[in-house]
Write a protein that binds this ligand. Structure first.
Ligand SMILES: Nc1ncnc2c1ncn2[C@@H]1O[C@H](COP(=O)(O)OP(=O)(O)O)[C@@H](O)[C@H]1O
Ligand SMILES: [Mg+2]
Length: 320
């Protein structure tokens, strides 16, 4: 239903270009939940903003984003705007803190409906109340202000807002980051229930691979703007073919609610300069002579399973 092919995004930055997304490709099937995972700065948000046609003017984009076979990037804003919110909707990173403090939550859910001609007036207000009920908030709270909601409730309301125009695909960017563990679990449960009940496909973007494992059937792991590995969650867990995937599973997220994965030493490379060899090799516990000099290609390593790692080309004894 959604097919991303050779997606590239560059940002103009002082002194040159930053290549934030480098040949990303994946398919999303109807009703499917897929994770897009990787540490901060790997290009996850940029990827999904590109799908929505919401990148800033400093960005250039190449590649194709096919929605039911139609390339929504082909003619820029003209081709993407009919689909934005109506077919593909997004819960922005930090959405729960982005409500307008002087407008009621209900009126902010009504806004996208009126803007996109889905409903207006009383009908829209009724729908907003229904959407709130659907995400577990009493519809009577539609006339309350954001500060009267807890963080978890604001995140639920942000999800309701994304669903205002009945999209087929929901892109959820770090929807549980900065919430405490109990509330995180409730939001994940909500996303599973909503996608099941509405037949909605979802891309769950997070730095937390174990979170993806709870919710999604499949994931693409991103590193330094590229897909490092993708496959069914079970396969990624039991048979990871990229050391980054294995290390992400082993990494323990900071329990104090900080949004960073603490335990992989080092940091991803800067994307405003060219990276030689495998971008992960300086942090990799399995790197060998080929890794700093030759970039591994993403290739099939099993059923629906791709990875970009030289270890998949050499017999195990040699690699170890
Ligand atoms: N508007 C922008 N201008 C310049 N660089 C950006 C912009 N947005 C993101 N970047 C850069 O693009 C890279 C990917 O960022 P992002 O997509 O936000 O990663 P993630 O969501 O995985 O944390 C980072 O190096 C980031 O600094
Ligand atoms: Mg992000």
């Amino acid at each position: 239903m959604l097919s991303v092919e050779g997606l590239e995004v560059w940002f103009d930055v002082p002194g040159g270009e930053l290549h934030a997304v480098q040949g990303v490709a994946f398919d999303l099937f109807p009703g499917e939940r897929m994770g897009l995972v990787g540490e901060s700065g790997c290009g996850k948000t940029t990827t999904i903003l590109a799908l929505m046609g919401l990148l800033p003017p400093s960005a250039s984009v190449a590649g194709r984003v096919l929605l039911d076979g139609e390339d929504v990037l082909a003619k820029g804003e003209d081709s993407v705007s009919p689909h934005r919110w109506r077919d593909v909707a997004m819960v922005f990173q930090g959405a729960m803190n982005a409500f307008n403090p002087v407008k009621t939550v209900g009126s902010q859910i009504v806004e996208p409906m009126e803007l996109h001609g889905v409903a207006s007036g009383r009908a829209a207000r009724n729908q907003a109340a229904e959407l709130l009920e659907m995400v577990g908030i009493s519809g009577s709270r539609a006339d309350r202000y954001p500060h009267e909601f807890s963080g978890g409730m604001r995140q639920r309301a942000a999800i309701a807002m994304a669903l205002a125009c009945s999209p087929k695909v929901l892109l959820a960017d770090e929807p549980t980051t900065a919430l405490d563990v109990m509330v995180q679990a409730q939001i994940l449960e909500l996303l599973v229930r909503l996608t099941d009940d509405l037949g909605l496909a979802m891309i769950l973007v997070t730095h937390d691979l174990p979170v993806v494992a709870q919710v999604c059937g499949r994931a693409a792991v991103m590193y330094a703007g590229k897909v490092a590995e993708s496959g069914p969650i079970e396969t990624l867990f039991h048979d990871p073919r990229h050391p980054y995937t294995r290390m992400l599973f082993q990494a323990t997220p900071d329990l104090h609610g900080d949004d960073e994965v603490a335990s992989i030493p080092g940091a991803p490379p800067r994307l405003d300069r060219e990276v030689l060899g495998c971008p992960f090799h300086p942090r990799c516990d399995s790197a060998f002579s080929r890794c700093p000099v030759e970039e591994p290609r993403l290739r099939e390593v099993g059923d629906n399973h791709t990875a970009a790692c030289h270890l998949n080309d050499v017999p195990m004894q040699v690699a170890q």
